[in-house]
Design a protein around this ligand. Sequence first.
Ligand SMILES: [Zn+2]
Ligand SMILES: [Zn+2]
Length: 193
Amino acid sequence: MTMAQKQCLLRYLGYYTGAIDGVWGEGSKRATIDFQRAYMAQEDVDGIFGAATEKRILEVIATGEEPAVANNATTNTLGWWKYIRYFTRSEFRCPCGKCGGFPVEPDETLVRLADQVRDHFGAPVIVSSGVRCQAHNDELPGTAKNSYHVKGKAMDFCVQGVSGAELLAYVKQLPIHYAYQIKGSDFVHMDVN
Ligand SMILES: [Zn+2]
Ligand SMILES: [Zn+2]
């Protein structure tokens, strides 16, 4: 595996935000450490992207396994995730497979409100759409170019066992910007400013 391929995989999982240039600098090393912290044993955290790390990262990507240390990649800059009870950052990932998943970070206010909704209903929440890169957003039918999803400030979700109407009624009294029920479903779109 080349250095560029390694950077690509780290970027796909949201650990690396630098250029895919094959130059193994501080950013690549930092991303490797963050990945290892999340998915490997303590003694394997060395910042060296060797055979064991390569095997593990391919496995994680193939299975979609959740990190043991939730959201650790951004603990330093986005410490608020540790206050979120029910969601992990990866649940808000753009699913296109081309943008790395987080062209923008999910908005803190939005995720905190999602936590509140989850807590209120006491039932599992399914996030069908969180962050979207512009390209992914634009290929979805009937979506506005300036969608709040592109800013990381919107999510579409449903709560198990709760009707869309009931969910919308609750969401509407929260300090949000806008919410609506997604036509013909129990999913609700909510966004914040
Ligand atoms: Zn995308
Ligand atoms: Zn939406």
